[in-house]
Design a protein around this ligand. Structure first.
Ligand code: AMP
Ligand code: ZN
Length: 453
């Protein structure tokens, strides 16, 4: 398998530390609101990666966090606390907000056939691990204490710029530097590991540095290392995480252990809408439920995502979603009889071709193109282990024997049409649609098919 590693900006052959168990960590949602379909693109990508690893025979330990500690709105540790804002908005406690949106997230994930990672871990349940890691950083001289926070000292970590290829020149604080330092940070890139002296903040825990709460980045370092060890194979997230969140995760983790943290960094590009970023507020906020309310199947959105490469931006539009739904309908109606690949040798060749496309850095658009070109239900079913489109179940449903009542209505409608009774013919058509059938007119009469999308 070839995977594009953000660390080296190149495709590399994937070689796990321990072939018996691939360790993978993906940054999970911040649970103060519904996730939008852009966030869901990230989790569809994680899911396709985990399914591809399994398809290639690897066992997997996939860990995902739930960010349920309140954090400030900007990466610069400023602004309002997101969880508290959610709580005020809805008249709930911060804890209720966190559970509500965690449940909503998994509900959406399930509707998109996103598998649940082996380990799902909440930040609020790993405060001791975070404190232990901060103590380790202080012992190694990688952090310093101020009256309001414990900060990571980026000047002690020479590789700080590596992942994001940051240009740190001109970022010196003080005389000559462009950046004005606020508060008591020593360097502009230093970031908080633990906040203290914030009496208004609702979520607080005791720590050796006083009551307070963790910075945003430390949870991912502490939890990934707890479940996967100090060095592990794969870490994922959206491209927005490269310059701050993942850069800081590496600094904290390698600062604490002196070892390489993650071997392959994979980042998905953004879902965009009208050239803009999808954000958790404003008109650009589309949830999965909005798509469903407009008559789309969640798997049509999954299919849309699979038709774009994860490292390309994907432009969302209703037209694109329409096209994806039509395309998926064609997939489900691929005939299981007359399969063009009944010959085992031909099937093996086609499968090898499809797998090669997939293993070239998760080439799902190419894979989907190949499957559509062969039009083989057998091949669709096999690769559905990766694509997760429910092909076997839905196509079987489409081919089910029609119930007697439906057959009778079809006969009645054909009779009405022969008698040019269009009113009756339309009424029966509407009745069949209500019952969940697609209704068409062919020269031979009414055609019906159980609607699967
Ligand atoms: P958040 O809850 O904001 O931390 O985001 C959860 C995940 O969604 C992160 O991996 C983000 O990088 C990713 N993400 C956020 N916005 C988008 C978007 N418009 N398209 C794709 N991924 C996104
Ligand atoms: Zn993270």
């Amino acid at each position: 398998m070839q995977l594009f590693n953000t660390l080296t900006r190149s495709k590399e052959e994937f070689m796990p530390l321990d072939p018996a168990r691939v360790g993978m960590y993906c940054c999970g949602p911040t649970v103060y609101n519904f996730v939008h379909i852009g966030n869901l693109r990230a989790y569809i990508f994680d899911d396709v990666l985990r399914r591809t690893l399994r398809f290639n025979g690897y066992n997997l330990l996939h860990v995902m966090n739930i960010t349920d500690v309140g954090h400030l709105e900007s990466d610069a540790d400023e602004g309002e606390d997101k969880m508290e804002k959610g709580a005020t908005r809805e008249g709930l406690t911060v804890w209720e907000i966190a559970r509500k949106y965690e449940d909503a997230f998994f509900h959406d994930a399930k509707r998109l056939n996103i598998e649940r990672p082996e380990v799902v871990c909440r930040a609020t349940e790993h405060i001791p691990e975070m404190i232990a890691m901060i103590e380790r950083l202080l012992e190694r001289g990688m952090a310093y204490i101020t009256p309001n926070a414990v900060y990571f000292d980026t000047s002690k970590f020479p590789n700080y710029a590596a992942l994001a290829r940051l240009d740190l020149s001109g970022m010196q604080a003080g005389a000559g530097g462009r950046v004005q330092l606020t508060g008591e940070k020593r360097h502009p890139n230093d970031f908080a590991l633990w906040f203290t002296n914030k009496p208004r903040h609702i979520m607080q825990w005791d720590s050796p540095w006083g009551r307070g709460y963790p910075g945003w980045h430390i949870e991912c370092s502490a939890m990934s290392m707890k479940y996967l060890g100090e060095t592990f194979d794969i870490h994922c997230g959206g491209v927005d995480h490269i310059p701050v969140h993942h850069t800081n995760e590496i600094a904290q983790s390698e600062g604490a252990t002196g070892k390489q943290f993650v071997r392959y960094w994979l980042h998905n590009e953004f879902l965009i809408i009208d050239k803009g970023k999808m954000s958790k507020s404003g008109e650009n906020f589309l949830t999965l439920q909005v798509l469903i309310d407009r008559g789309y199947d969640p798997l049509s959105y999954r299919y849309l995502c699979l038709q774009a490469h994860y490292r390309s931006e994907l432009m969302f539009s209703w037209e694109n979603l329409d096209a994806a739904q039509q395309g998926l309908r064609r997939v489900y109606s691929t005939s299981a009889e007359n399969d063009p690949l009944t010959d085992d040798a031909r099937y093996a060749d086609a499968k090898a071709e499809a797998l090669e496309a997939l293993n070239d850095d998760l080439g799902t658009p190419q894979l989907v193109g190949i499957l559509n070109r062969y039009g083989s239900m057998r091949l669709w079913k096999e690769f559905d282990a990766v694509l997760g489109l429910d092909v076997a179940r839905r196509s079987r449903r489409a081919e089910e024997e029609l119930p007697e009542e439906v057959k009778r209505l079809v006969e009645e409608r054909n009779a009405a049409r022969r008698a040019r009774d269009w009113q009756q013919s339309d009424a029966i058509r509407n009745q069949l649609i209500e019952m969940g059938y697609d209704v068409g007119d062919s020269p031979a009469g009414t055609t019906v098919r159980r609607k699967v999308l």
